[in-house]
Design a protein around this ligand. Structure first.
Ligand SMILES: Cc1cc2nc3c(=O)[nH]c(=O)nc-3n(C[C@H](O)[C@H](O)[C@H](O)COP(=O)(O)OP(=O)(O)OC[C@H]3O[C@@H](n4cnc5c(N)ncnc54)[C@H](O)[C@@H]3O)c2cc1C
Length: 420
């Protein structure tokens, strides 16, 4: 049986940074990813604009995620967005995000993982976890069937806290979660020549006939012309989803493709859009919300908005509260000038757990705080911090929560992370 010091479940932006940090800190590390590439939502779901690395005119998140993004920009010869490091970061946050080529990002991630020596297993899922005296025995399912590995520490970066549930720890899931989105890009029409008023009227009539739904193109009860101006986007909303398990995810993917097909048929029937083509449809729906862990500490919206500086803070965070609530619509609360919230290490440790950490959008937080903390820069920073804590715990034999903070901070800083 293969033996590891750290096993990371899920190779999204959080898991990628966790695996790289653990390996670069000297731990023998396994990365388990169900898809054929890394990046998760940032690649396979087409949300290839990581944010937010800056706040109020200064960089607040750096480290391994930032390194991968810079390598991707170098490859394409792109500059950082004009607004990056502009002081008015709570307005037009999307201008601070960094658009990356998803395929190149995934290829650069592959290279970084191989160079570091991570044992990377794509097309593999976690099936079982059995606690042992000094770690875990994990059942993995690959194309070749079921097999077991052992690891001292497990890091759940599955985006849906699947490993946490399999390990038997408590999680939190709202009754109704925020909608999912299937990203799509469209082309081959002249935006300038479109009669948007006519198309919007036709859309309302098609909605009344039951041929399309407003959520096929946006949020709210109006025609979202921005979809056509931007040549597609991540604007459709698939409601009533449960992305935490395979059957829920299956229903969501089918509903997402059905939604895009309805929209495609409608748009093709409109004047000026007869030649419209679907250029890219993401391979998976993006998930805004499913489960979070119930950690030793839970970041509340109150603490988030107040910019609480936790004693065991491991990274900064920045984004507005942005809840796409099926009943209340969009709930937004921007951060007051100068506020930079932080994330505590204890929000990455499930309550009563042993040899276990979690990172990315599943970190322990209430609904509103989570709607802000889920952005990719924070997922990358929490992933890196979990990787560092796991490596230190594995090497010293202590629990992740007992790792001396000065040592953890020193290790993170050595790998270019910004520690609050
Ligand atoms: C529509 C939409 C728009 C968004 N807009 C932005 C934005 O503009 N900027 C921004 O920064 N963020 C944005 N986000 C949020 C952000 O993209 C995600 O919250 C973030 O990427 C989550 O990263 P993660 O690594 O925690 O999880 P994920 O990206 O979900 O990665 C989890 C990985 O684990 C793998 N996995 C899952 N279960 C298993 C298993 N059992 N075994 C093995 N592998 C498994 C998955 O395949 C996946 O690769 C948006 C999200 C959505 C849905």
């Amino acid at each position: 049986m293969d033996l590891f010091e750290v096993m990371v479940i899920g190779g999204g932006v959080a898991g990628l940074c966790a695996a790289l940090q653990a390996t670069r800190a000297g731990a023998k590390t396994l990365l388990v990813e169900k898809n054929g590439l890394c990046g998760g939502t940032a690649t396979i779901a087409g949300i290839n604009f990581p944010g937010l690395f800056d706040a109020w005119g200064r960089q607040i998140i750096d480290g391994i995620g930032w390194e991968l993004i810079m390598r991707t920009l170098e490859e394409t010869g792109q500059a950082l967005p004009e607004k990056f490091l502009a002081p008015d970061s709570n307005r037009q946050h999307w201008r601070h995000q960094i658009r990356i080529n998803a395929l190149l990002f995934a290829a650069i991630a592959d290279e970084a993982l191989l160079d570091a020596g991570v044992d990377c297993r794509y097309h593999t899922m976690l099936a079982t976890l059995q606690q042992q005296r000094k770690g875990w025995t994990a059942g993995l399912c690959g194309k070749d069937g079921l097999y077991e590995v052992e690891s001292r520490i497990v890091i759940d970066c599955s985006g849906d806290a699947n490993a946490t549930v399999i390990a038997g720890y408590e999680t939190r899931q709202p009754g109704t979660t925020q909608p999912g989105t299937l990203s799509v890009y469209v082309d081959n029409y002249d935006w300038e020549k479109l009669d948007l008023e006519l198309i919007a009227g036709n859309f309302a009539a098609a909605v009344a006939r039951g041929e399309v739904e407003y959520c096929d193109i946006g949020w709210g009860k109006t025609f979202n012309a921005g979809f056509l101006r931007a040549h597609g986007s991540n604007s459709n909303h698939i409601t009533g989803i449960n992305a935490a398990d395979s059957s829920g995810k299956t229903r969501m993917e089918i509903a997402g493709r059905r939604s895009i097909r309805r929209l495609y048929r409608f748009l093709k029937s409109q004047p000026g859009l007869e030649t419209l083509e679907l250029r890219m449809v993401a391979g998976e729906c993006g998930v805004r919300e499913s489960r979070t862990i119930v950690g030793e500490e839970t970041v509340s919206a109150e603490d988030y908005l107040a910019g609480k500086k936790y004693a065991d803070a491991i990274c900064n965070a920045f984004y507005q509260i942005d809840l796409h609530d099926a009943d209340e619509g969009l709930v937004h609360h921007t951060l007051a000038p100068g506020i930079v919230p932080t994330v505590p290490l204890r929000a990455l440790i499930p309550k009563h757990s042993r040899n276990f950490l979690a990172a990315g959008r599943i970190l322990s937080s209430d609904r509103l705080a989570n709607s802000a903390l889920r952005v990719q820069a924070v997922c990358m920073a929490t992933g890196q911090a979990a990787g560092a804590a796991a490596a230190l715990a594995a090497c010293s034999g202590c629990q992740p929560g007992a790792v001396p903070l000065p040592e953890l901070h020193t290790l993170l800083r050595r790998h270019n992370a910004i520690v609050p």
